[in-house]
Design a protein. Structure first.
Length: 520
């Protein structure tokens, strides 16, 4: 039987794993059997096992998001045009059938099942944003926003500003959205998933003036809310000497230009803050990737990608590593490549021969192709402490004791004695570690083995008759996770996600997806 650590990817002291979630069989029948072509659409996705959205819109409906992102037109899904995709929870697509005047946004589950559709009649779309409660916010160039349910039902509408919008971004918690206007003003929308979102203009950014009095434009920006207040970090387009500046502003005051060394004053084509808000990754126009603290006092990593251009996507995998996705490579072995960069500068490359779409979750990266849905995540320490080669912790010893006992070996008794010799809590700690590791595993066979090891260890406790609350609770949680991850339900959440979202929120999502019978 394959052990859990066989597919681990080691980078420094951390282990990562790329795992298959779903085979997207429902997509294979689309577009007259040709499937989904991700190189013909733009994509995005919601967190906590939410929906995915794939819209495709004619050129006149498409709004160029930034200077380094080109408009894309595609012909797909039964000769339907696509424009934008949102992944990991619901998935939304916007198709337009030939001869018709209305584009359509289709909403799909992470397993590829269509959940709803929206016939679009609004203005040019600059972004599809999923809120924390899984409502789809369609942000338009004219400053208006329409809110839809995962089934495609219009819930509400609101207006941000009368100025034309250029692009928009959402914070990691899905509660704050920021939009940029055509004249580089920023507006923050807090609690935009509520019925009455708070809309407020941020303090003006004093754009630096280059040689000859020419105002510098925005090259890239991100939401930088590490202090609790809503802040924006902006990189300006380089001047005639190639020098750029980082400028920050907040909802309360303008922070101004960040003092950078002369060698660091490069134009940043991409900026992303980590989910724990402690680190920022930036990619220069010449392909260098820098990871620094969010207060810009300490640089952790400078990584040379050996490519003189920026990646298509730059994302955080949890807060433990950075993922850069490159497309259309002139490489003999692959056309697309994912580079995973650790905080210690180590890296690994994953090669593909098909177009992908990547999107962040709170503890992982989701990799969507036209046929499969995969997840890259950091292996929890509880699993490493048991399955790492040469592991000698309490959990590893107890798990080994179960294996020896099943093989009728006297070494099982030796392992139990070793745990008892570690002190009064040695055996209890081993039981706790086995239960914790079982919660994080996805394979039911190994979950059962770990729980059997915990039950085996309980028989040697001084008071084995005490109620096994943790054991029973873990079993219930695993049954819940196994049910919601099912292909036909399609909510691929980890145990860490379930802890963050709580069981009550998960039950509410069943109602949103018209799966109330699952609550029973």
């Amino acid at each position: 039987m394959e052990t859990p650590d066989e597919d681990w990817i080691w980078m420094g002291k951390c282990a990562f794993e790329k795992m298959m979630l779903y085979s997207l069989d429902p997509w294979l029948t689309l577009n007259m059997g040709q499937g989904v072509k991700l190189d013909r659409m733009r994509c995005a996705g919601s967190a906590f096992g939410g929906w995915n959205a794939y819209p495709c819109i004619k050129p006149e409906y498409f709004h160029p998001f930034s200077n380094n992102i080109k408009p894309t037109v595609c012909l797909c899904f039964k000769m339907i045009h696509f424009f934008y995709l949102k992944c990991k929870g619901p998935l939304a697509m916007t198709p337009l059938a030939p001869g018709k005047a209305k584009p359509v946004i289709d909403i799909f589950s992470p397993a590829g099942f269509r959940l709803g559709e929206i016939f679009w009649e609004g203005a040019k779309v600059i972004g599809l944003i999923w809120s924390s409660n899984e409502d789809l916010h369609i942000v338009q160039e004219n400053g208006k926003v329409e809110v839809y349910s995962v089934c495609g039902k219009l819930l509400s509408q609101y207006s941000i500003t009368s100025r034309g919008l250029r692009d928009c971004k959402v914070s990691h918690d899905g509660k704050t959205m920021v939009v940029r206007t055509a004249d580089n003003q920023f507006w923050g929308i807090k609690d935009f998933g509520s019925l009455k979102p708070t809309i407020r203009q941020l303090q003006d950014i004093d754009m630096l003036v280059g040689t000859g009095g020419i105002a510098l434009d925005v090259a890239s920006w991100t939401i930088l809310d590490h202090t609790g207040a809503l802040e924006i970090l902006v990189s300006t387009i380089g001047d005639e000497h190639g020098k750029s500046d980082l400028i920050a502003t907040s909802e309360n005051f303008s922070i101004g230009d960040l003092a950078l060394a002369e060698k660091d004053r490069k134009e940043m084509s991409m900026i992303q803050i980590s989910p724990n808000k402690k680190l920022v990754v930036m990619c220069t126009v010449d392909g260098m990737i820098n990871i620094t603290s969010s207060c810009f006092t300490k640089r952790s990593v400078t990584y040379n990608t050996n490519k003189n251009f920026a990646p298509t996507q730059l994302l955080w995998c949890g807060s433990e590593c950075v993922v850069a996705y490159y497309t259309d490579l002139a490489d003999i072995t692959c056309t697309d490549m994912i580079i995973v960069i650790g905080l210690d500068g180590s890296s690994t490359e994953l090669e593909y021969n098909e177009r992908l779409f990547l999107y962040e979750d709170i503890d992982s990266i989701h990799i969507v192709s036209g046929q499969n849905h995969e997840m890259l995540y950091k292996v929890p320490n509880s699993l490493v402490s048991i399955f790492e080669v040469g592991a000698i912790g309490s959990g590893a010893t107890l798990f080994e004791a179960l294996g020896e006992y099943e093989n009728r070996s006297p070494k099982a008794d030796e392992h139990i004695r070793d745990l008892k010799d570690q002190g009064p809590d040695g055996l209890a700690l081993g039981i706790e570690q086995c239960i914790e590791a079982a919660r994080h595993l996805w394979n039911p066979l190994w979950q059962k083995k770990l729980l059997r090891a915990a039950a085996f260890g309980r028989d040697f406790l001084p008071s084995p008759s005490s109620p096994p609350d943790d054991f029973v609770r873990a079993s219930k949680i695993l049954r819940t996770l196994y049910s919601v991850r099912n292909y036909h339900i399609g909510i691929p959440i980890t145990y860490y996600m379930l802890e963050k979202m709580t069981l009550s929120v998960l039950l509410d999502r069943f109602d949103q997806r018209m799966l109330a019978y699952i609550r029973l």
